[in-house]
Design a protein. Structure first.
Length: 391
């Protein structure tokens, strides 16, 4: 096992240079695995049985990964055309009654911050990907309506954090909503700069007092923290904050690294709870092993690539390759033997972030090799002693 992990720590994605641009073949193969799972095996419905927002999450991440894969390709690329086709299909799925069924319509923002944020994120990315002449009138209308609802909430509400369910508010969901306003300003004539500044001002008044970061869970009426910062939500937040406000994002990222970035056996990882605080895993965090959060570290890969921390990003990516047992067969790639497609969706999206390249022999790889060698020697000596004793 140690040999396998050490080999995978040297992983490099396969980049295919085409006349239309560069394609990350590993991400493409991950998308083809998810495509089959979603179209043929009803992975969305299956993930909903395991995770409160599994249906919406897996479809949204699938669409966003297609966006990242092809956003720099020419319109003539067959991959671009496939991406648009798949994103069209995803929009139909997340606008369905089935997707909305678990969310209450009667909230400050219709269907709540989680549904509005992720559904509008997919719509906005799709519109960004298309030529203006190819954009659906209905998509534009719906995207603008939701942006108006988000901005209206920011203007009229005391708290900057809309609820996702009745009387339950998670700030990360509202970060996704506000990113819609930033996308609107790129797509159309800018109109939400003031709403964004107003939102940031309210958020800065409600930061976690221990870490100075956006909290994980807040009081639904006031927006003040009820649970401090956690790695799973912090990783998601720090993926999108740079699109909203670069200065605030950089400040939050510095604190994120300070309280959550750590190492285990030389390898980088993202803690689920701040340094010095203990907690167990839950539905938000996924497994927490030795303090390292599964979801926090997977999404943390994307955070580090967005913020150009290349060595850390590659360390996280290649650790996922090793411990997640990344495996390619034919034109499909899966992790953990494909038993949990929503994990594949998160990993695919994390891998589709900005390009990263580590130094020739990063220190995390060298350190883990040393630990692996020492561990192997200890195991060998124990086995040898047992053999001698039995003999």
């Amino acid at each position: 096992m140690l040999l396998y992990v050490n080999i995978r720590l040297g992983f490099r994605p396969e980049l295919n240079r085409t006349p239309d641009g560069v394609i990350n073949q590993d991400v493409l193969h991950q998308l083809y695995f998810l495509k089959e799972e979603l179209h043929k095996n009803q992975a969305g419905e299956q993930m909903q049985q395991l995770y409160p927002e599994g249906f919406l999450f897996i479809y949204s991440l699938y669409a966003l990964t297609w966006y990242d894969l092809v956003k720099d390709l020419k319109y003539s690329s067959p991959y671009y055309k496939e991406a648009i086709q798949e994103m069209d299909w995803v929009v139909q799925r997340i606008e369905s009654d089935e997707a909305k069924s678990i969310f209450s319509e009667a909230q400050e923002i219709e269907y709540g911050a989680f549904y509005t944020g992720w559904s509008n994120m997919v719509l906005g990315r799709k519109l960004l990907l298309q030529k203006p002449v190819d954009r659906s009138v209905e998509n534009i209308r719906l995207f603008k309506l939701r942006c108006e609802n988000i901005a209206g909430f920011i203007k009229d509400s005391e708290t900057p954090f809309a609820t996702s369910y009745a009387n339950q508010a998670w700030p990360a969901d509202m970060v996704i909503c506000v990113t819609s306003l930033a996308m609107y300003n790129h797509l159309f004539e800018p109109k939400y700069q003031y709403a964004t500044r107003q939102w940031i001002k309210k958020v800065q008044q409600r930061l976690d007092t221990v870490t100075g970061l956006i909290p994980h869970y807040v009081h639904a009426q006031t927006g003040y923290p009820e649970e401090g910062a956690r790695g799973s939500s912090q990783s998601l937040i720090n993926c999108f904050l740079p699109e909203i406000d670069s200065v605030f994002a950089n400040n939050q990222f510095v604190r994120y690294k300070q309280f959550f970035l750590t190492r285990r056996l030389g390898l980088p990882g993202i803690r689920e709870y701040p340094e010095g605080e203990f907690g167990v895993g839950d539905i938000d965090s996924g497994p927490v092993i030795w303090g390292i959060g599964g979801a926090a570290s997977v999404v943390g890969l994307r955070v580090m690539s967005v913020h150009t921390e290349s060595d850390v990003a590659v360390g996280l990516r290649n650790s996922i390759e090793g411990f997640g047992v990344g495996w390619t067969s034919g034109d499909q790639k899966k992790y953990l033997f494909g038993i949990l497609p929503i994990a594949d969706a998160f990993i695919g999206w994390a891998n589709s972030g900005p390009a990263i390249k580590a130094s020739m022999l990063p220190d995390w790889r060298r350190d883990f090799l040393i630990y692996s060698t020492l561990t192997s020697l200890v195991i060998y000596l124990l086995l040898y002693c047992m053999w001698r004793k039995n003999k």
